[in-house]
Design a protein around this ligand. Sequence first.
Ligand SMILES: *Cc1c(COP(=O)(O)O)cnc(C)c1O
Length: 393
Amino acid sequence: MADHGFLKQKPGFATIAIHAGQEPEKWNSAAVVTPIVTSTTFKQPAPAEHTGFEYGRSGNPTRNTLEECLAALDGGKYGLTFASGLGATTTLVALLNHGDHIVSSDDVYGGTNRLLRQVVSRLGINTTFTDFTNIEKVKNAMQENTKMIWIETPTNPLLKVVDIEAIVKIARSRGDIIVVVDNTFLTPYLQRPLDFGADIVMYSLTKYMNGHSDVIMGAAIVNDKAIGDKLRFLQNAMGIVPSPMDCYFVNRSLKTLALRMEHHKKSSLIIANWLEKHPKIVEVLHPGLPTHAQHEIAKKQMTGHSGVFSFKHSGGLKESRKFLSSLKVFTLAESLGGYESLAELPSVMTHASVPALQREELGITDSLVRLSVGLEDTEDLIEDLDQAFKAAF
Ligand SMILES: *Cc1c(COP(=O)(O)O)cnc(C)c1O
C-alpha cells in the first residue's frame, strides 16, 4: 500500500545518483568528491590533438560528470546541461527549421509559453497549444509540418496528467516527430519519460533536481545518437552552457534526490488530503488523490507525485491576497522544488505572462493557489495553512 497503486520504483536509483560518472579513478588525484574544474582551456599534446577537452564551452570535466549522472538517472545515453531550463528549451527548439510546427500542452510553464509565442514564432516556427488530456484534440492539432510535440506533465499550474504513451503513439503514426517531455515537476525519481517512448526529457534543474534554490540550470536527456549528436553540436554552437561551479552544486544535490523526493511525495499527499476536507476548499488538484481526473494515468506512468500542487478556494482575489500574506512557514514566492515551502498566486505571478483570455479558458483564476511543499515538518505546514485560512475568511 505504500505506493498507493502507483508504478513501482526501479531499484538502484540512489546508488546511481551517488556513483554514476563519479568514479574517483577518472581523476589523477582519485578525488572521491567531483572537483570543480574552472579552467577554460586545456593543454593539447600537439596541434589539433586533445585529450578529451579543448575549450570550456565545448566540454568541461565537472559538467561532463554531472551530464553522465543525469543521463544514467533517466535511463538515457546522452545528458546535456544548459545555463537554464529555458536555455535547454531554446536549444531543443533549434533542432527545428524555419517553417516547422510544434504542438504543445496548453498549460505549460509560463516561460515556455512566452518563448514559443513571442520569440520562436518570430523565427517562423509556430506552435499550436491544446489540451493534451484530450487525445482527439492533439490529433486535430497535428499538421503536415509538425516536427515536435512538447509535453509537460503534470501541467502547470493545473496539474493535469498527460498520457505520455498515448501521445508518443500519435507522433510515431506520423513519422519523424520529436517528442519532448518537460519532467521538471517529477524528476526521474517519480517519472522516466524515455521508458514510455519519449525522445527527449527536459529539465529545469533549478527546481527539484538541484532542490536548494541556489542554482539556475537546465538539462536534456536522450537515447537516440543522432539527436544526442545534434544537441551536443547545438550546446557548443549556441553557447547556452552552465558554469562548472553550478554543475558541482547540482551534482552534489542529486545525491539526496531520492530522499528529498520521497519526503516531498509523502508530505504533499498528507497536506492535499487535509485540504480536501477543509470547508473553504472547492477543489484540490493533486495527481496522488483518487479524486484527480487523471489519477489512473498518473498511477500508470508515475511512481508517485512530488510536492507541487494547486487548490481552488471559495473566495476571490481579496481572500487569495490575505491568505498568501498571512502565511508564516510557507514563503510567498515564485519557483518550486526547493527544501523550503512556497506558495503563490499563478494568475498574477508565474502565469501573468499568459494572455488573459487563455488564462480564463484554462481556469487559472484568482482563487487558484499553487503550493510547493518543502521538507519542513508536515504538521507545521498544516498549522500554517490553517491559520492563514482563518485570517483570510
Ligand atoms: C522553472 C521551469 C522551467 C524553466 O526553467 P528555468 O531554469 O527557470 O529557466 C521550465 N519548465 C518548468 C516546468 C519549470 O518549472
